[in-house]
Ligand binder design. Sequence first.
Ligand code: SF4
Length: 94
Amino acid sequence: MIRKLQAIIRGWYYYLFTDSKALIEERVDMCKQCPISKRSNGSYSGWCRTANGGCGCHLKAKSAHEDSSCEFGVWGKGFTSIENLNELIANGHG
Ligand code: SF4
């Protein structure tokens, strides 16, 4: 719980006060395709939605720190996995 809170604070700090734009853009591009980020009408919410099985984080803040990672293995430090994203899409998560 404390670790998650620290990660949230760190993410918002990096999002607001550092030059993490390129990293955020690269990761959020994948989140935009992910069914977990979608509202019931199919639009992108900007959040990893708990209603769809996600962590509940704001995606720009979550993705801003290099050490952060997607719980479903779509992106993380030094990797992206289009296969994992495609699996989420195929399973219709959300
Ligand atoms: S599950 Fe991963 S890819 Fe999907 S919205 Fe959450 S962080 Fe992004």
